[in-house]
Structure formats: C-alpha cells, structure tokens
Design a protein around this ligand. Structure first.
Ligand code: ADP
Ligand code: MG
Length: 322
C-alpha cells in the first residue's frame, strides 16, 4: 500500500491525492473537496467542469497557493502545498504558477499601461530591468494585442483586458497557468480570442493549463475535460483526432467515469435514475466487464423490476458471472 501510495502520480506535474478541504464557519462544516484525485502532466490543457458549488474554485485556490487543504496530498512541480513555508509560498505564487480570474481587473492596475502591468511581476521576481520591456512586448505579440501596449485599462475591451491579465499571469514564465472561469463575463468572440491566447501560451512555452469553465466552446476544444461532482472527480472526456471512414480528420470524444484508488466510481445520475438505482446495486464480474444491476429486493415489486431471467431473487447470480 505505501509503495503504491508513493508512486501515485510519479512523473505528473500536478498531483492531488485524496484531497480534502473542509470549511468551518459558525459551527457548520462544509466539505468542499472530499477525497479528490487528479493528475495532470506537464504541457497538458485540462478543462474542469461541474455544477456550481462542486468544489472547482476550491481546487484552483489550493493549487494556486491561496488556500491550504485540510488533508490529502497536493503537489505541483514537485512542491508540497501542505508543507510549504510562508516564504516559499510567496515565491511559488510569484514564479511557479500564474493565475487568471473571471474579473480581469482583479490582476490589473488601472493607472498603468498594458505593457507596464505585464512588467510589474517581473520587477518583483528580479528580472533584469533591460529585459522587461522586451519580454512584455513578446507577450503582447503572442496574445494578439501588440497595439494595446501603451493603452490604459479603461481604453481596452473586456477581451483585451483579460489578455493583458493573461500577460501578467505569464510574465514570470510560470510552469502552470490556473484560470477560474476566465471567459465567464465575455461574449463569444472575446472568449474565443482569450482562449486562443491561452492556447498560444501553451504552444509557445509549454505552460500547463488548468481552467475552470462553463463554456462548451472552450471545454470542447481541449484534449481532456475533468468533471467534478460533490468535491470529487467523477468523469473525464478525452478527445483525439482520427481518420474517419471518408478519409477526413474527425474529432473523437470518449467519456469515462473516474475510478479512484479506493475503487470508488460515480455512476452518472441519468443512468441510475433511468434504472431506478438507489442505495445499493448488485455487481457481476464478467470476463471483460462488470455488470451493475438494480437491487431486486427493493425494486422487484415494481412494474419495471424485471430481470433477464424473469426472477426477482437476488442470490443466484452472485459470484456466478460467466
Ligand atoms: P464552485 O467553484 O465549483 O462553484 P466552490 O469551490 O466555490 O465551488 O465551493 C464548494 C463548496 O464550498 C460550496 O458549498 C461553497 O459554499 C463552499 N465554500 C467555498 N468557499 C468557502 C468558504 N470560504 N467558507 C465556507 N464555505 C465555502
Ligand atoms: Mg467557482
């Protein structure tokens, strides 16, 4: 067990292992993350999706070093987020990760130009004075807004502001970019531009990207979408291109349920509701799959509680899958 625990996520850039975050306020406990597992490799672009309140922002705040988990493992670029000193944390937030919020202005100073905003984090991390303007110029170019260099924030559109904020987040060449609904307040054209800028940074610098989004336009364009439900990773959609039957390139999306290390699986709500599965189900191990059956004792009396052998009993199939 312990050797397995030690090797979980070896080689991954982001490792969350059984991550727990409990908020306590006025005697009430909210379990925002309840044993979340997540691995992300260097250079990946991963979208996180899930209902409001499922724990997405809590996860990103932990990875960004803003918040500290209650239990579990959280590691990013080899740094342990539960055991970090205050000093290391400042450095981590300045250099290892970049953060993009829904409100662009959260990261921007209104009385500085776009280029000056982007140079500010470089000042804090000691990039040579002579190098800063050139680096800022390069970023503005990459993000598609070179013409905005000398403009103040109120002279920019929402999409341009968010790309300047992206420049600020990338100024110190972080290993990982974390973005919490970065296109949540933008129209679809601006969203597309911001997302294109994020992808450009990923391609140019190999920056790993983890972004929370409700925007199908964004989540359908990444290789991997991770679904969070009730503070746990519950599903993943993996996308790849393949040559279709007519010879053209096709995007193939395959949906998976996440099996955690304790063997837990979240069945999609549509599936369990369709078969009226509640509380307990019966499992059959077959040669190449596992069958999941409604509990006949509970459902047998109802009109649709039919079994393929027509009998309402529960015992005869147990252990007998073949
Ligand atoms: P999401 O970003 O997916 O909408 P959050 O991570 O913000 O969800 O919140 C997850 C749960 O934790 C929610 O029930 C929320 O109310 C609770 N929560 C988040 N932050 C705090 C906090 N600072 N204090 C108390 N409860 C919190
Ligand atoms: Mg949120």
């Amino acid at each position: 067990m312990s050797s397995r625990a030690a090797s979980f996520g070896a080689g991954a850039q982001i490792v969350c292992d059984n991550l727990v975050r409990i908020f306590k306020s006025e005697g009430v406990e909210v379990v925002a993350l309840q044993g979340l597992d997540l691995l992300v490799d260097q250079g990946e672009v991963v979208a996180i999706v899930g209902a409001s309140g499922s724990g997405k922002s809590t996860l990103l705040n932990i990875l960004s070093g803003l918040d500290v988990p209650s239990a579990g493992v959280a590691r990013l670029a080899g740094q342990d987020l539960l055991a970090m000193s205050a000093r290391d944390r400042v450095r981590y937030r300045r250099e290892t990760v970049g953060f993009l919020f829904q409100q662009a202005m959260h990261n921007l100073l209104p009385y500085l130009s776009a280029a000056e905003n982007i140079q500010l984090p470089m000042t804090l991390s000691g990039v040579a004075r002579g190098e800063r303007p050139q680096r800022a110029g390069e970023l503005l170019e990459l993000l598609g807004i070179p013409e905005c260099a000398d403009r103040l924030m109120h002279q920019l559109s929402g999409g341009q502001q968010q790309r300047v904020a992206l420049g600020v987040a990338l100024a110190n060449r972080p290993e990982v970019l974390l973005a919490d609904e970065p296109t949540g307040e933008l129209d679809s054209e601006s969203s597309e531009e911001v997302f294109a800028a994020i992808r450009a940074a990923n391609a140019a610098y190999g920056t790993t990207v983890v972004l929370v989004t409700h925007d199908p336009l964004v989540s359908e364009q990444v290789q991997r979408t991770v679904g969070i439900r009730d503070g746990r990773t519950s599903s993943e959609v993996l996308r790849r291109t393949a040559i279709g039957e007519h010879g053209g390139e096709e995007l193939i999306a395959e949906e998976y349920a996440v099996l955690d290390r304790a063997g837990r699986l979240q069945l999609p709500r549509e599936f369990t509701e369709a078969l009226d599965m509640r509380e307990r189900v019966r499992l059959d191990l077959e040669r190449d799959h596992i069958g999941v059956w409604p509990d006949q004792r509970e459902n047998g009396g109802r009109e649709n509680g039919r079994r393929d052998n027509g009998e309402p009993g529960t015992g005869e199939r147990v252990g007998g899958g073949q």
